[in-house]
Design a protein around this ligand. Sequence first.
Ligand code: SF4
Length: 462
Amino acid sequence: MIRVQSLAPDSLGAELGLVPGAELLAVNGRVLEDFLDWEFLTAEERFVLAARLPTGQEIEYDIERPEGLPMGVTLEPPRIRRCANHCDFCFVDGNPQGMRAPLYIRDDDYRLSFRYGNFATLTNLKPWDVERIVEYRLSPLYVSVHATEPTIRRWLLRNPEAPDIVPQLREFAERGIAFHTQVVLVPGVNDGAQLVRTLGDLYGLGTPVRSVSVVPVALTEFSKHHLVRELTREDCWAALATVDRFATRALAERGAPWCYGADDLYLQAGEPLPPTEWYGDFEQRENGVGSVRYLQGRIAAAHDQGALPDLAGKHIGVVTGTAMGGLLPTVLADLTAATHARFELVVVENTLFGPSVTTAGLLPAGAIAAALSRRHDFDVALLPAEAVNDDLVFIDDVSADALAARLACPVHLSYDFADVLAECGMRSAECGISGGGRSRHDAHLNTPHSAFPIPHLGEGQG
Ligand code: SF4
């Protein structure tokens, strides 16, 4: 059973008389378990919906939906599938107290993998889940493989029941499902010969495995350091050499690199990033793969379209985590050339997790507030939009509005700089760029909203 959270005005759902709190029971006699059933089973032009209103009244609607008319129903958040693993490097174990409640949930949910690109291990699938994935063609899925040697993978996941991943992926592939995969690299466990084996096995599964990323393990000061350590520079070099070997082969045989090192792997190795073209459609950008080149590409495209205004004389702060601190100057040089504004990088250390957590997406509002509290000199400061969830709340449970109210300069959430700056070109006063009409409460620009709140993407290493 699923429940209605809200209805869009003038939608078919509202016309039918559905109201918040109504239970959606079945479509064409098939019991509804979650949002997937709802979306797939109501995709037909004609169907019978059984519902129970908050009054207790049960109604059957015989629905003929005019083409293109949406049901307009937003569902209550789904119950997240819990993880059956206990990885030593689990992000959840590394969380301190006082963060957003969903961050303490170990999610491992194939539905969110399909819908939002969350990585799942597929270790908690029941036979009916497998059939559902195939029936609804939930493809591509994002899968945390880590290692294909079964014992090593079970060790990494701390799950003696974890199924052998290669046959599992093969079976899905034979039934039409594709994957993007990742290997979180844990030194001394799945690097070296194990990494070679894993990449070889995944490559051997053919084109259904569309990509694999190799991501250095990220630990916080609260992680189990007695069980897992971070990669050294030499570890990163060795991993990049393996990645490069597979990418070269894939490029020659399949026309695309297929195997990608995370930006962080290059950063930790002190090696230059591959060029923008290397990353194709940037399919693992959310996983920190190709993020820098993506930003540069977005800025170049906006500039070519004439979307970036001349901001000569303006002083713009750009807040980021320490991971991007070394990489962003290249990006900001592009921005300066395009807009003539003066950009200043504000690299913020993570005060919640400790300095070893370097990604901008995990920056707490408290650390940003400390860094910007006396910065009256910025015309505007751009904050990483990936640091808030769908409800615009930072990881330390502080809302974007509350943060903006504490700062000495106007702020905007931004994914790629071009989004906000192009907007500023059109509505400069609202963006605080032109000097007039500054607002400290306009941090909502360009933030995504999904049908229901879910834990922020990429919160765990899955
Ligand atoms: S890292 Fe991911 S798969 Fe491992 S225990 Fe945590 S949530 Fe589960």
